[in-house]
Design a protein around this ligand. Structure first.
Ligand code: B12
Length: 244
């Protein structure tokens, strides 16, 4: 019955808690209701970026906190992920624009990292800015990052997403494999795992994108630097935004 209330979605009194509404739909495994929440937010003039970062990612983060507190079990996370994946696909398809492209990024998560959804969201945020993304998904072997980087047209950067600090060694292997074949290609480390102190000690990382708001600006800055042929062979590390 509660879900029926969401199905009416679309009205916005200015302080609708979109993320809380979406969270309930994700946990109920109800894609139709979940899409209505997102559609309602769009109709209420929320941007696609807002839908990804402030609504969907927030709902997922809250689900994670509730799992950590023992309030939800791991099956809830799987159900929520399946619906969230379909929402990302619908939202992404709706905002894919034709027109002049700004280059290609290769995005994936390294071996052992099963959180594929964060990379999918980050990829769409970058696509919204006019870039193409060759998405590899999660649990990607190091050699695959390197091979994809070599085949990507007008490569801007390789993005490696990690959601847990435990994935730092695997991310380093992916960076090393990419650099051995394409030494000049910038590498962006993104995701919640990039906050881990071990990540700051990684070598060969050009930039860090620590949250949804930083993804597009970091990529745009790297692209501008590459276009201006200003990317040095060992670019300095930055966190979230590249200082000029
Ligand atoms: C869904 C989920 C799962 C799903 C993943 C399904 C999938 N296909 O993705 C499943 C159930 C499989 C899972 C498994 C596990 N999970 Co989990 N999971 C989550 C959950 C709830 C949501 C993750 C998510 O999609 N977030 C939304 C994204 C969009 O937000 P984001 O990560 O911040 O991403 C943004 C930016 O960081 C950035 N970004 C992200 N990636 C990239 C990549 C690049 C290249 C760039 C540029 C930018 C970028 O842009 C994004 C857009 O805004 C989180 C809770 C949370 N706080 O996120 C826990 C969470 C990440 N999981 C956790 C844990 C512990 C696990 C497990 C160990 C145990 C378990 N729960 O079963 C396993 C580990 C699996 C493994 N080996 O990797 C912990 C991690 C704690 C830690 N620091 O280590 C969390 C935080 C839950 C918690 N509160 O404790 N999980």
């Amino acid at each position: 019955a509660a879900l029926e209330a969401f199905r009416s979605g679309g009205s916005d009194d200015g302080d609708t808690d979109w993320a809380a509404r979406l969270e309930r739909c994700l946990l109920a495994g109800d894609e139709v209701a979940a899409w209505r929440v997102v559609d309602g937010a769009l109709a209420a003039a929320r941007t696609p970026q807002y839908c990804y970062v402030e609504i969907l990612a927030s709902a997922l983060a809250h689900i994670g906190s509730r799992w950590e507190a023992g309030e939800l079990d791991v099956a809830d996370q799987y159900v929520a992920t399946a619906v969230a994946t379909r929402i990302v696909a619908r939202l992404g398809a709706r905002f894919r624009r034709p027109g002049r492209r700004r280059g290609t990024l290769v995005f994936g998560s390294p071996l052992g990292e099963l959180h594929s959804l964060p990379v999918a969201l980050a990829a769409d945020l970058v696509r919204l800015e006019g870039f193409d993304v060759l998405e590899l998904g999660a649990n990607v072997p190091p050699a695959v990052f390197a091979a994809a980087a070599l085949r990507a047209p007008r490569l801007v950067a390789v993005g490696i997403g990690i959601t847990r600090g435990a994935s730092v060694p695997a991310a380093q292997q992916a960076v090393d494999a990419g650099r051995s074949l394409a030494p000049d290609v910038p590498v962006v480390l993104g995701g919640q795992g990039a906050w881990d102190p071990a990540a700051t000690a990684m070598t060969g990382v050009s930039a860090f994108a620590l949250d949804g708001s930083g993804v597009a600006s970091v990529v745009a800055t790297i692209a501008a630097r590459r276009a201006a042929d200003c990317v040095r062979s060992s670019p300095r590390s930055t966190r979230n935004a590249l200082e000029t």
